[in-house]
Design a binder for this molecule. Structure first.
Ligand code: FPP
Length: 247
């Protein structure tokens, strides 16, 4: 019996976020260069996306390239950027046939022109899709995002548009990248590492965290279902006690 049949589809997370880790180690195990791991990781992205379509998950956010990833060897950075361009261009038809809308978060201004252009084309071509929003975090980090939000709010205060003591949780969240998207209920990280690596630090305040030893290219649709099933077995208390949740 597939794990999908054990999942309560009325209670799947609306938003799943994933730190796709382990491509380099996966490639090394095959005696290949790191880029081969990233290329193979694209198939896992397709699988996970289809899994989200199967379960009716509304938002999937993937950490594809962090602001710190620029520090990797130039060959790997260039290879990753080319892979993004190729993948985004090749997948548009598939995204459309699965009713997936492509979005991104992060500082796009620093991405190579080819990547920005392909991203813009694919976003336009998938804009009206309403099944799953696939949100790629590209040149993203949570500290960048939060600093950016603080700067925007400070400018509003300087212009006299708002008072400093009128800044609320909601006005702060309005300045974040995904201000129309509910917070992820489930964050998955592959490859046996137990870190958040500067990903969505504000939004995951109450997310359930799921870690697996699987390296990203080996992560399958079935693995995603297992993560969701595990999530469904958890009690989410949001600071309350169990007895309060029953009522
Ligand atoms: C982390 O593994 C993975 C990345 C930094 C890149 C992930 C990108 C992809 C899977 C390509 C996806 C493309 C699209 C368009 C979504 P790592 O290199 O840190 O692995 P390691 O820890 O084993 O070295």
């Amino acid at each position: 019996m597939s794990t999908l049949s054990k999942i309560d589809l009325k209670k799947t997370p609306q938003h799943i976020a994933i730190i796709m880790d382990g491509n380099g180690r996966w490639a090394k195990k095959q005696g290949e260069v790191r880029l081969f791991g990233h290329t193979s990781g694209v198939e896992a992205v397709r699988e996970v996306l289809k899994g989200c379509v199967d379960m009716g998950v509304r938002y999937l956010t993937l950490y594809a390239f962090s602001t710190e990833n620029w520090n990797r060897p130039k060959e790997e950075v260039d290879g990753l950027m080319n892979l993004m361009v190729e993948t985004i261009a090749n997948e548009v038809d598939e995204l459309n046939s699965n009713n997936v809308r492509l979005r991104s978060i992060g500082d796009e201004s620093k991405l190579p022109d080819a990547c920005r252009n392909e991203l813009a084309k694919a976003k336009n071509a998938t804009y009206s899709n309403s099944g799953v929003d696939l949100i790629l975090a590209l040149n993203y980090s949570a500290r960048w995002e939060m600093l950016n939000a603080v700067q925007n709010i400070a400018k509003k205060v300087e212009r006299g548009e708002i008072k400093a003591n009128a800044i609320t949780k909601s006005s702060f969240e309005n300045e974040l990248c995904m201000n129309d998207v509910p917070d992820p209920e489930l964050l998955i990280r592959t490859s046996g590492e137990y870190r958040l690596s500067n990903f969505l630090l504000w939004q995951i305040a109450y997310a359930e965290l799921y870690f697996t030893d699987k390296l990203w290219p080996d992560f399958s649709r079935e693995d995603l279902f297992k993560a969701v099933l595990d999530y469904q077995g958890r009690e989410r208390r949001f600071g309350k006690v169990s007895e309060q949740l029953i009522n």
